[in-house]
Design a protein. Structure first.
Lengths: 120, 541
C-alpha cells in the first residue's frame, strides 16, 4: 500500500540517510533478558570500526554498570542481526559484518539472563 | 436546500425562532451553490482521500448548537471557571495538593497535552474550511473554538503553579522540542497533515470518542482526589465540550459510513491506524495515572478495561451493522495493559537526567498497591527491578542510562514495550524501505509505516536529530573542546540540565514544598529535609 496524497508522486524526504551522520552510521543494540536497560540503545559508530572494538570498547560504556556484564564470556555470546542469528567476525569491520546504517543487533548471554530470575 | 425561511413581517417584531429553525438557518441557509467558480477548486481537498459524500444535508449535529447559544453556554462556564481559579490562587491552593509529586504530573499535562489542544484547534479550523457541507463546517469551527478555549484555560489553570515550581515556564518550547513530547506532537502533526476526512476520523472518532475518556475521567478524578481544584474546575468546564465532541465523533462516523459503502474500508483503515496511534500516545497517561498521582483513583489496567474493553467493545458491536470491526491489534492492548505503565516508568527512571520533571522509585506502600492491582505481573517483573534500583540508590551508585534510546519510527516512543506474550523480551519490528532500515515498537506501528512509508520516512526522530547535529541552540559552537552534545541537546529542548529532571529526592520542587508547607514532598515517605528550628520571635523580643 502507499500513502494517499493530494499530489501524485508525493514522497517525504528520507530524514535519516547515512550521509547526514558525519561519516558515522547509526546502530541499534540491545542485550536480551536484561531489562534493567528498558529500551535498546541507539549509537553512532564509524562503519570501519572492528566488531571486536564495538564489544571491547563501546559495549562497556553502554552496559558496564550491570553486574553480569563483567561475567560475559564473549566466545559464547549469541548474536542476532535484524532479529536473525549471525556469527560476527570480531576482527572485521561492522560494514564487513553486514552491519550497515541503522542496523539493529541483539546479543544473548546464555547462563546470564538477568538478575533475580526477573530478567533485570 | 430545504431550509425554513425566517418569518418576514412589516409591522410586528419577528417571533423568536425555535432552536431547530435557528440551527437550520445557520447550517443550511448559510450555504450556497457557487456559480462562477468550480466547486472542486473551492474545496480542493475533499475528494483525494476517496471518500464519497452524496448529500451533505444528511449531516445532523445532534446538539443543534447555534452560535448565540454557544457563546451563552461557554460564557457561563468561563465565569465559573475563572472565579474558582481566582479563589484557588488567593487561598494558596498550590500548597494544598497531595504532595510535590503531583506537581510533576501537572508538568507532563502542561507540556504534553496543552499543545495537543492547540493543535486540535488548528486542525479543526483547517477542516472547517475544507468541508463543503455547512453543517460539518460549522461543527468543525465550533470545535476549533472549544479546543482553543481548552488550551487557554489549561494554561490559565496551571499558570499559578508556574509561579512556585520549576519546569512549566517553557511549555510551548518543550512541546515542540523535548524528546518524549515528540510523541504527542508527531501524533497530531500526522493527523493535521492527512486529508480532512482522515483528520476527523482520527481526532473526532478514534481519539475523542474511543479514547478521550481515558484522559479526562480518570485524570480529572485524579486531580480531585489530589486536591487540585484548579485542574478539576478546568476539567468540568471542558467536560461538557468533550461530551459534545464525542457525540460529533459518532455522528461523523455514521455519516461517512451511510453515505457510500465504498467509504467503509477506507474508514476501517483509519480506525485501525488511529486507534493504535492514540493508544500508544495514552501510554503517557498510563504512567501518570499509576505513578504520578499520589492518591490514586484506579489503576491503568482498570481504566483500560472500563473505558476501552467494555465501552469501546459495545461501540464496535453497534458499528458492526455497517461492516466495521474492532480496531486491528486491540487484543494486544489488553495484554499490554498489565505492563505498559510500568515499562514507561522504568524508562523515565533511567533517563530521568533528560526528563523535564524529576523521577522517583515507587515506595513500599505504592508497590503493595501495584501488587494488588497487577497481581499477574507486578511482583514477577517490576517489583524486583525497583527493589534492585532502590538498593543501588542506597549504596550511592544509582542506576542511570546515559545512552540514547532506539526510537520507533511511527509512534516515536523508545522501543520500551515487550512482546505481547513474553514480558522479558523487547518487541522489535524492522522494515527495509528504499535501502534504509526502519524500526518499530510493535506490529501496530509497523503496519502503519507499511501503509504510508512515503510519509513516515520523513519522521523527525529526536535521537537521530541529535546525532545529526541539529539539536543545539544558535551560538553554540559544536567544535569547542568542551561541547557536550547531550547537555546542549537538553538546553535546546527547553530542559534546564540539573534543575528540571533528575531525582525527586533533593529536587528543588521537593525542597521548596517542604519548606513552604511543612509536609513531606512524598506523602508516602518521611520529610526529605530537616524542618527549620522553630523559634518564636515574640518570646525573645
Amino acid at each position: 500500500m502507499s500513502v494517499t496524497a493530494i499530489r501524485p508522486g508525493y514522497h517525504g524526504d528520507m530524514k535519516d540517510t547515512v550521509d547526514k551522520f558525519h561519516a558515522n552510521q547509526i546502530l541499534g543494540i540491545s542485550w536480551d533478558k536484561h531489562l534493567m536497560y528498558a529500551t535498546p540503545m541507539c549509537i553512532p559508530v564509524p562503519p570501519q570500526m572492528p566488531f571486536g572494538a564495538l564489544v571491547e570498547q563501546v559495549l562497556p560504556t553502554l552496559f558496564g554498570q550491570h553486574p553480569q556484564f563483567a561475567q560475559i564470556d564473549w566466545s559464547k555470546a549469541e548474536w542476532l542481526r535484524s532479529d536473525e542469528p549471525f556469527t560476527p567476525a570480531f576482527d572485521k569491520s561492522l560494514a564487513d559484518n553486514g552491519i550497515g546504517h541503522k542496523a539493529y543487533i541483539r546479543f544473548r548471554t546464555p547462563g546470564l539472563e538477568g538478575l533475580s530470575g526477573a530478567s533485570i | 436546500m430545504n431550509a425554513p425561511q425566517a418569518p418576514q413581517t412589516l409591522n410586528k417584531p419577528a417571533k423568536k425562532l425555535s432552536l431547530k429553525e435557528n440551527y437550520a438557518l445557520l447550517t443550511r441557509g448559510l450555504g450556497w451553490e457557487p456559480t462562477y467558480q468550480d466547486k472542486d477548486d473551492i474545496y480542493p481537498k475533499v475528494k483525494f482521500e476517496g471518500i464519497k459524500i452524496h448529500d451533505w444535508d444528511k449531516w445532523e449535529d445532534p446538539f443543534r448548537l447555534t452560535m448565540d447559544a454557544y457563546w451563552k453556554y461557554q460564557g457561563e462556564k468561563e465565569r465559573k471557571l475563572y472565579a474558582i481559579i481566582d479563589a484557588f490562587q488567593q487561598n494558596n491552593g498550590q500548597h494544598n495538593v497531595s504532595d510535590a509529586r503531583y506537581l510533576q504530573a501537572l508538568k507532563v499535562f502542561l507540556n504534553g497535552v496543552v499543545g495537543l489542544e492547540y493543535s486540535a484547534h488548528r486542525g479543526f479550523n483547517m477542516i472547517g474550511r475544507e468541508f463543503p457541507g455547512v453543517g460539518a463546517a460549522i461543527a468543525a469551527q465550533m470545535q476549533a473554538v472549544d479546543e482553543l478555549r481548552h488550551a487557554q484555560t489549561q494554561i490559565h489553570a496551571l499558570s499559578h503553579y508556574n509561579k512556585y515550581f520549576t519546569g512549566m515556564a517553557e511549555f510551548p518550547h518543550q512541546f515542540d522540542r523535548t524528546w518524549y513530547l515528540s510523541i504527542p506532537k508527531s501524533f497530531f502533526e500526522d493527523a493535521i497533515s492527512a486529508g480532512p476526512f482522515e483528520y476527523i476520523i482520527a481526532i473526532c472518532f478514534s481519539f475523542e470518542y474511543v479514547l478521550t475518556n481515558l484522559v479526562f475521567m480518570p485524570w480529572m478524578s485524579g486531580a480531585a482526589y489530589n486536591g487540585d481544584m484548579s485542574t478539576v474546575s478546568f476539567g468540568f468546564s471542558a467536560q461538557s465540550d468533550e461530551a459534545r465532541h464525542m457525540t460529533l465523533g459518532i455522528e461523523v462516523i455514521k455519516f461517512l459510513l451511510e453515505q457510500d459503502p465504498a467509504n467503509v474500508p477506507i474508514v476501517q483503515g483509519w480506525i485501525d491506524k488511529w486507534f493504535w496511534r492514540g493508544y500508544r500516545l495514552l501510554t503517557l497517561i498510563a504512567a501518570m495515572m499509576d505513578y504520578m498521582l499520589p492518591k490514586r483513583v484506579m489503576a491503568w489496567n482498570e481504566a483500560w478495561d472500563i473505558y476501552f474493553e467494555q465501552n469501546g467493545g459495545a461501540l464496535f458491536a453497534d458499528l458492526a451493522r455497517y461492516g466495521i470491526r474492532m480496531p486491528k491489534h486491540w487484543e494486544q492492548t489488553v495484554k499490554e495493559k498489565e505492563h505498559a505503565s510500568h515499562q514507561l516508568w522504568c524508562t523515565f527512571y533511567q533517563f530521568r537526567h533528560a526528563a523535564g520533571f524529576p523521577v522517583w522509585l515507587p515506595t513500599a506502600e505504592e508497590m503493595d498497591w501495584f501488587s494488588v492491582k497487577y497481581p499477574t505481573t507486578f511482583d514477577t517483573y517490576y517489583r524486583p527491578r525497583y527493589e534492585y534500583w532502590r538498593e543501588l540508590e542506597e549504596k550511592g551508585t544509582p542506576f542511570v542510562n546515559a545512552t540514547l534510546p532506539q526510537l520507533c519510527q511511527t509512534c516515536q516512543w523508545p522501543l520500551l514495550f515487550t512482546e505481547a506474550d513474553d514480558p522479558t523480551t523487547i518487541c522489535h519490528r524492522e522494515e527495509t524501505y528504499l535501502g534504509d532500515k526502519f524500526h518499530f515498537c510493535s506490529d501496530g506501528c509497523h503496519d502503519i509505516f507499511r501503509h504510508e512509508p512515503e510519509k513516515f520516512v520523513h519522521a523527525h526522530l529526536p535521537v537521530h536529530q541529535i546525532y545529526q547535529g541539529n539539536y543545539f541552540n544558535p551560538g553554540v559552537d559544536p567544535t569547542a573542546p568542551d561541547f557536550n552534545p547531550l547537555v546542549e541537546a537538553l538546553k535546546y529542548m527547553g530542559i534546564n540540565p540539573g534543575v528540571d529532571g533528575g531525582d525527586f529526592q533533593g529536587h528543588i520542587d521537593a525542597v521548596n514544598w517542604e519548606r513552604w508547607t511543612n509536609k513531606p514532598a512524598n506523602m508516602h515517605a518521611p520529610m526529605q529535609t530537616q524542618p527549620p528550628a522553630h523559634t518564636d520571635d515574640r518570646k525573645t523580643a
